[in-house]
Design a protein around this ligand. Structure first.
Ligand SMILES: Nc1ncnc2c1ncn2[C@@H]1O[C@H](COP(=O)(O)OP(=O)(O)OP(=O)(O)O)[C@@H](O)[C@H]1O
Ligand SMILES: [Mg+2]
Length: 475
């Protein structure tokens, strides 16, 4: 019997594209545009795999997830959503979803999810994790709507309920600490302490006693025994920030904690048992440190069981408007949604080498300058260059990538065509105009700069500026 897939999505183009892709694989496919209809169909013919949208008219997808688990307990459910947040991802995992795909996803990802679901069926199909209580992480909300952030949400949701070590990577200001807090807040340890160890801030000689504690008289000044951060976090989570700064001898001791769950205070001979989960972060490329011998590779592998990467803000510019609104609301701006379109465009175009932190500070600054009026580009501080902005080529590439994504989205169910030619049409006038400006309108020189025949330059001017084109044979 062919495998069967049920698609529950009210967005016709998506349902259509999925149906076509699955039918090509010879799956039996049914489509429902509402959760209610989907439940009825699942009850009648329990499918092997269900693709379930979150936002549906009537009953929403996450509510439907629980019901589907009752009527079709053997089905693997793949939750799909646009603009999901961390809560959506957490609920999907709690509800026993098999996977979570953020729209837009490509059909290859969808097919891969079905294949993995079918391969895993018969093993264990119940919920991935025991359900947790409702969590509200609003003070530490992680804002983002880009596909990259959707992936981050999904990864947090999947790893939070476990005790696995998490390594968070990303440039400065991308939200690593925020993610570490979310991992703890969504884990069963949330009632226990989350202790952050900002290793870079400690005196290197004291890192060891900060982490592991010391006994009385262990060194000059150690008048009393003191517990280290690992002991203080017992039952909870330790956030090790700036991993790369941990001295090698301390790394060896840390490995022992991970392997035996015990800490040995400085100067002491007795070990104490501790139960801690370690979430760490770095903006340095640790694999380089490992290669250079400044970071132990065995520790790296222990800590890097489950990596979560935060891309720089310039590679997820779709997040900028929602982040802006979030911060302005935090700063008490009355109507944070009312940022003029050209100001938003200005914000989206900046390179933000300091990432979300820089955006946040710039908005606070602009809010003060604007004194209640609409935010204008001139209210913002000069872009920071502290960490070195991405090169123009990098920015250009990331803009082109964004443009391709927009095109693909705009095409919905159809396949985009002529992307290459359309990109030309989109950028050619900019190249032409700027070159002409640089050479004071001299078409002969412009043709040389562009490496084009003069007649071609004339044709381009006629194409893009029909109003200003001179008749053929000028010059
Ligand atoms: N996605 C996000 N949503 C809301 N706030 C964010 C987000 N990402 C970062 N922030 C905010 O930006 C600031 C910097 O974030 P955070 O301290 O987590 O960055 P980091 O990656 O740890 O930086 P560093 O490497 O410099 O320590 C914080 O104020 C944080 O709340
Ligand atoms: Mg940090």
């Amino acid at each position: 019997m062919p495998h069967s897939v049920l698609i529950i999505d009210d967005e016709e183009p998506i349902a259509w594209a999925l149906r076509r892709a699955f039918e090509r694989e010879k799956y039996r496919v049914e489509v429902a545009a509402t959760a209610e209809d989907g439940l009825a169909k699942a009850k009648k013919n329990p499918p092997d795999v269900i693709f379930l949208d979150v936002r549906l008219p009537g009953m929403d997808g996450l509510t439907a997830l629980n019901e589907l688990k009752k009527v079709a307990p053997g089905a693997a459910v793949v939750v799909i959503t646009a603009h999901g947040n961390l809560n959506t991802a957490v609920k999907a995992v709690e509800g026993g979803a098999f996977d979570y795909l953020a729209k837009p996803f490509d059909l290859a990802q969808a097919l891969d999810a079905v294949k993995r679901a079918l391969a895993q069926r018969g093993e264990e199909t119940g919920g991935l994790r025991p359900p947790l209580a409702e969590v509200d992480n609003s003070p530490d909300a992680i804002i983002g709507r880009s596909p990259a952030m959707q992936t981050v949400f999904k990864r947090i949701a999947l790893v939070a309920p476990t005790t696995a070590c998490v390594l968070i990577t990303g440039e400065s200001g991308t939200g690593k600490e925020l993610v570490a807090r979310a991992v703890h807040a969504n884990s069963p340890r949330r009632g226990k302490p989350l202790i952050a160890a900002h290793v870079a801030a400690y005196n290197p000689n004291l890192v060891e006693s900060e982490l592991f504690g010391h006994v009385k008289g262990a060194f000059t000044g150690a008048e009393k025994a003191r517990d280290g951060l690992l002991k203080l976090a017992d039952g909870g989570t330790v956030f090790l920030d700036e991993l790369a700064d941990i001295p090698l001898p301390v790394q060896a001791k840390l490995l022992r904690v991970l392997e035996r769950q015990e800490v040995q205070p400085v100067g002491g001979s007795e070990s104490q048992l501790v139960d801690v989960r370690i979430v760490s972060a770095t903006h340095a490329d640790l694999s380089t440190s490992v290669r250079e011998g400044t970071f132990r590779h065995d520790l790296f592998f222990r800590l890097n069981v489950y990596p979560i990467h935060l891309p720089p803000l310039r590679d997820r510019r779709d997040d900028i408007p929602v982040l802006a609104e979030h911060f302005l609301r935090k700063f008490g701006v009355a109507n944070p949604g009312a940022v003029p379109a050209d100001t938003l465009a200005f914000l989206k175009a900046r390179p933000w080498p300091g990432n979300v932190r820089e955006l946040r500070n710039a908005l606070e600054h602009a809010g003060i300058e604007a004194r209640g009026a609409a935010l204008r580009p001139e209210h913002f501080p000069e872009p920071s260059t502290a960490t070195g902005p991405a090169s123009t080529v990098e920015r250009l590439r990331s803009l082109v990538a964004e443009w391709v994504r927009e095109q693909v989205q705009a095409f919905g169910d159809r396949e985009p065509t002529d992307l290459h030619l359309k990109l030309f049409d989109a950028v050619e006038p900019a190249v032409l105009d700027e070159v002409l400006r640089q050479v004071d309108g001299n078409r002969l020189v412009a043709a040389r700069w562009l490496g084009l025949a003069r007649a071609t330059v004339r044709k381009l001017i006629r194409k893009y500026h029909p109003e200003s084109a001179e008749p053929d044979g000028d010059e």
